[in-house]
Design a protein around this ligand. Structure first.
Ligand code: ZN
Length: 205
């Protein structure tokens, strides 16, 4: 399947695809890291990405009433995707043990909802968001993200999903591209062996 947009080039151009020596949330080390917030710094560029994502979703005949994002990371991607699809945009927030809809946002019975993230790794936050929406009577019609780390299988990719993927296999995942990085256990990390120290990227850097 032809890629609708060169999302890797877009990430590189925005300095959102970092190269170095990183300590991942999993405890593994890697030489690459996606800082997805950077690719959303310029709204017009963000819109190009979500327009492409919306085209994929429409091409598969997915009917959608609302895009819901898990805060904080997914909010901008979700809002831009909602604009591209011309539907409502809401978000859920972390509470103890899961995610909840707050701030007066409501879900109608049977409302068709896409859960949108900036990046899907194992899909844990997206799954919690989906559970919150389903508990209120909404129907999850798809998951969506700008980038997919290759743990879950996106529509149009032939990468095998990994067991760590938490998303339900019967609901499609739409994503612009797979970003599968080499990961190393700290004791086997070639970068550590060269003497450099892994840094923790993410929301604090
Ligand atoms: Zn290392």
């Amino acid at each position: 399947m032809e890629k609708p947009i060169d999302v890797e080039a877009a990430y590189k151009e925005a300095n959102a695809l970092l190269e170095g020596h990183f300590l991942l949330a999993s405890g593994n080390h890697s030489n690459r890291y996606l800082q997805s917030a950077k690719v959303l710094e310029y709204p017009k560029k963000a819109a190009l990405l979500t327009d492409a994502l919306a085209s994929m979703i429409r091409a598969h005949g997915i009917e959608v009433d609302t895009v819901c994002a898990p805060a904080l990371g997914g909010v901008l991607a979700g809002y831009e995707l909602a604009r591209s699809l011309d539907v409502r945009s809401i978000f859920v927030e972390k509470i103890e043990g899961g995610m909840a809809l707050r701030r007066g946002f409501e879900i109608a019975q049977g409302e068709k909802v896409i859960i949108c993230e900036d990046i899907i790794t194992t899909g844990g936050s997206a799954l919690k968001a989906a559970q919150a929406i389903e508990a209120l009577g909404g129907e999850i019609v798809a998951f969506a993200s700008l980038a997919n780390r290759g743990f879950c299988r996106r529509v149009g990719s032939d990468l095998e999903p990994k067991v760590a993927c938490m998303l339900p296999p019967h609901i499609p995942l739409f994503s612009l591209d797979d970003f599968t990085f080499e990961m190393f256990a700290p004791e086997d990390c070639p970068l550590c062996k060269e003497g450099s120290v892994a840094v923790k990227p993410g929301s604090k850097s």
